[in-house]
Write a protein that binds this ligand. Structure first.
Ligand code: C2E
Ligand code: CA
Ligand code: CA
Length: 646
């Protein structure tokens, strides 16, 4: 314990002879002279405590006495327990009829670990050094020979009181240090294992928690599951509603999930944590069967879909959910989490918001994804990203009036990876801007090559990923690349899907206005698959609509689709937009589109996307053919003309 009274020098003297006690009191008393002893004590205290020690107090001893060993033990206990412990006990050895001084000292040591005990005797037979073994610690037990000189006794008292105070100070510093270390350790522990924002367990902690849940599982028939949630479009939300509200929203999600887990799992063993930026994990043990698991995942989903109030408005969230469980999907926590991640990944990419349960083949994908990620970074930096080119024909003239550049990853071994395998991945990895730049470089380089061989005035469309509109340097990057290759901006169009435009109209409006004022034409890709609202397009600097190939595919089979297409065409004309039909695969579709008055067509019926040399050769052959056809039709026209009668 920490003594309350640490300033005075409290001394207990124990002896069964009254004269000895009187001698102690005389030589330790305040009026004792000569000054020599006082000076020694003061000097000593100055060394130990610096100059601040109260000089008057420093020389004072507070002396208490006992004439029996047992009484001394009780006095030490009282003093210690009341926070006024002794610094020194001077202890006689033989004190008939009670316990001897050694025995008393042993008991005292048990009560007070800090007091200095001085065994005082005229005839001590055993080895004084052995005292340290009998009454440890050795640095707090001393041997003092009777009869003693008064000054000698006072010097002993001064030295040992000083030592006692120094020991105390040292203990206090140590305690403080220990406490600080404990605090730091717990803070570090918190940092390492808890998410500072939501104060929920972080990824590392979650894995450990799951492992102990698995280790403590009640039997092989009960499942321990991981339900991993990814909040849909959270980064977009965060940017729109502001980071402060976004932070509050994350906290509310955590609180809500934790509340649900508490309600479901009465044992309190379920855990909710933050697994990533906008990813949460729920760990639940003791699940009886798959039905129970499905119900649980559904409960979690519907809980998230209830509106959140943040920043004074209702926010509706959706989550992609991946579920995997022990023991079916792995033996340890790492494996189960990998499974849940693979399922979540599948949920995000394939089915959108909803619950996906782990299946073994997903693991392969997850592993595949990891290796492909590092390979993709490498591919972008080493120029393996290029493009194939697919022509677009003007339906009224049959001439090539546009080209779409479609990204291709050409591996050193010549194998070609389609964009569906790396575009969504590079969006996820946050490297889509770099990928786009590679494609644009490739496109500009191709234009330069073609321009060397002949006049080239056909614009090339490059696909923009919606994420790129958030890149504030987008226009500068494009401008720099075009300038570097000496390419006119009239030769480049950008294609982007309509979904992004509606998600953040203000942002899209600003970005598109910039691109358009620079001179790039803007094409809306996959039109008809999103919100399909033409009204918002009026306010955007858009030039062309590309009607999604799903409409073209049904054009000749469904009169509704044909009417829909015609309606789009009519409205587009009304607001002065060109229309490109995508995915034209048959002569029939081509003919129908021509009849409808559609502007351009693109698709396998005309040509598949081709590598650049092949595409260039195709263009030249096409031009020759068109010229021949044109000549033939001119001749035919001539022939049909009535021969003027002379
Ligand atoms: P998209 O922009 O809708 O591109 C058209 C896709 O349809 C291309 O697939 C093309 O090969 C395919 N296609 C063309 N004609 C026909 C046809 O008659 N029938 C059918 N069934 N398909 C046809 P691809 O090259 O696999 O590209 C797929 C998607 O990848 C593109 O769809 C686009 O969204 C994306 N993409 C391609 N290149 C890039 C790029 O450089 N950047 C970005 N962000 N996305 C790209
Ligand atoms: Ca496109
Ligand atoms: Ca398209």
């Amino acid at each position: 314990m920490t003594p309350d009274d640490t300033t005075s020098n409290r001394i207990l003297v124990v002896d069964d002879e009254t004269v000895v006690i009187e001698e102690y009191i005389r030589c330790l008393g305040a009026n004792f002279r000569p000054d020599l002893a006082n000076t020694t004590l003061k000097d000593l205290e100055k060394v130990l405590f610096g100059d601040e020690t109260n000089e008057d107090d420093a020389a004072t001893f507070n002396v208490q006495s006992c004439d029996q060993g047992q009484a001394a033990v009780e006095a030490v206990a009282d003093a210690f327990n009341s926070g006024r412990p002794f610094s020194i006990v001077f202890m006689d050895i033989r004190m008939a009829p009670g316990i001897n001084g050694i025995e008393a000292a042993k008991q005292i040591r048990k009560l007070d670990p800090n007091v200095n005990i001085v065994i005082v005797t005229g005839s001590f037979r055993s080895d004084p050094e052995d005292l340290g073994n009998q009454i440890p610690p050795a640095d707090k037990i001393f041997f003092f020979k009777k009869p003693f000189h008064a000054v000698e006794c006072r010097q002993w008292a001064a030295a040992l009181c000083g030592k006692w105070h120094a020991d105390l100070a040292l203990r206090q510093v140590n305690e403080m240090l220990e406490q600080r270390v404990a605090e730091r350790t717990s803070a570090l522990h918190k940092l390492a294992y808890y998410d500072p924002l939501t104060e929920l367990p972080n990824r590392l902690r979650l894995i450990e928690e799951l492992q102990s849940m698995i280790d403590e599982a009640d039997g092989p028939d009960l499942h321990t599951a991981v339900v991993l949630l990814d909040i849909e479009r959270f980064s977009f939300l965060n940017e729109t509603i502001g980071y402060d509200i976004g932070t509050k929203l994350l906290k509310s999600i955590g609180t809500r999930l934790a509340g649900l887990m508490n309600a479901i799992d009465g044992t309190g063993s379920a855990v909710v944590g933050r697994f990533g930026d906008d990813e949460f994990a729920c760990l639940i043990s003791g699940i009886a069967d798959q039905n129970a698991l499905h119900m649980l995942a559904e409960q979690i989903r519907s809980k998230i879909e209830k509106p959140f109030v943040a920043g004074g408005r209702d926010l509706f969230l959706k989550a992609s959910i991946g579920v995997s469980w022990h023991p079916a999907h792995g033996r340890d926590a790492q494996a189960i989490f990998r499974g849940a991640e693979a399922a979540l990944h599948r949920a995000k990419r394939k089915s959108g918001p909803g619950i996906t349960y782990y299946k073994a083949e997903m693991q392969h994908r997850a592993r595949h994804k990891f290796s492909i990620e590092s390979e993709l970074r490498q591919a972008i930096s080493s120029g393996q990203i290029g493009a194939y080119f697919q022509p677009q024909l003007r339906l009224s003239t049959g001439q090539t009036a546009g080209v779409e550049a479609l990204a291709r990853w050409i591996r050193p071994d010549g194998s070609i990876i389609p964009p569906s395998d790396f575009i969504p991945l590079s969006e996820e990895m946050g490297i889509i801007d770099g990928l786009f730049e590679s494609v644009l470089h490739f496109v500009c380089e191709s234009l330069s090559l073609w321009r060397e061989e002949s006049d080239w005035d056909i614009p090339i469309s490059v696909n923009l990923s919606p994420h790129q509109l958030r890149n504030p340097n987008l226009l500068d990057d494009i401008r720099q690349i075009l300038r570097g290759h000496n390419i006119d901006q009239k030769l480049i169009n950008v294609e982007l899907t309509e979904t992004m435009l509606l998600e953040d109209f203000k942002l899209a409006h600003a970005a598109l206005t910039d691109l358009s004022s620079y001179g790039l034409d803007i094409h809306i890709d996959d039109f008809g698959t999103g919100y399909s609202s033409l009204s918002y397009l009026v306010d955007l600097p858009v030039h062309t609509l590309k009607v999604d190939r799903s409409f073209i595919a049904r054009l000749t089979e469904s009169s509704t689709d044909a009417r829909f297409f015609q309606a789009i065409l009519g409205l587009a004309k009304a607001i002065d937009l060109d229309v490109i039909a995508e995915g034209v695969e048959t002569q029939e579709q081509f003919g129908l589109l021509q009849n409808f008055g559609c502007d351009l067509a693109q698709g396998y019926f005309i040509a598949e996307p081709m590598p650049r040399q092949e595409f260039h050769a195709w263009c030249i052959a096409k031009e020759d053919r068109t010229n021949v056809l044109r000549t033939i039709s001119l001749v035919a026209e001539e022939r049909k003309r009535p021969v003027p009668q002379s």
